[in-house]
Design a protein around this ligand. Structure first.
Ligand SMILES: [Zn+2]
Ligand SMILES: [Zn+2]
Length: 174
């Protein structure tokens, strides 16, 4: 959804209501993310004496793979966008500020902005749940789905003499 801000200001005076769906299926970022349904965004663009401001919230239902147990899981990411919109000519003269959105020729592309925000907000290491136990280093069992018979500390196991490990296994059985 592209909006010409100059036109919108003329037509709407104080603010412009926004309600849009971004239909995108996947995002290739640091890790790939599947978008399960169109992202719905709602908000306003305000035209004030101090400038033009974007206020937008969006909800994205995404599927990613847990970085610990590798299972696919869905979660809803909430996006909150609060930016001052500044044209590129003015932005050059400003100190680099975080909360500004620079636009060329008074045209703002909300789809692009929402997608960029989603890439920024998507966790680098997604977790199916905060305390996901992950996968056993020794046998590959998904510890979220059930425990295995390996010793709890796999790091030690790896450095131990395999014959000793076997002995340890035998001792554990009685
Ligand atoms: Zn997990
Ligand atoms: Zn195991």
């Amino acid at each position: 959804m592209k909006i010409n801000l100059r036109k919108a200001k003329e037509e709407n005076d104080q603010y412009l209501d926004l309600d849009l769906n971004v239909d995108i299926r996947s995002i290739e970022g640091v890790h790939s993310l599947k978008v399960k349904e169109p992202i719905h965004g709602e908000g306003k663009i305000y035209f004030t004496r101090d400038g033009v401001f974007l206020n937008l919230t969006a909800k994205a239902l995404v599927e990613s793979s847990c970085s610990r147990c590798l299972k696919d899981f869905e979660e809803t990411l909430q996006l909150k966008l609060n930016y001052e919109i500044v044209s590129s000519e003015i932005a050059e003269e400003m100190d680099q500020e975080e909360d500004i959105l620079v636009v060329d020729h008074d045209v703002i592309d909300l789809e692009e902005i929402i997608i960029e925000e989603l890439i920024m907000k998507a966790p680098m290491k997604p977790l199916c749940k905060e305390d996901c136990k992950g996968i056993c280093n020794s046998c590959g069992q998904n510890l979220e789905e059930g425990s295995c018979n390996c010793a709890p500390n796999e790091e030690i196991n790896e450095t131990i003499d395999p014959r000793l490990a076997k002995l340890k296994g035998l001792l554990k059985e009685d």
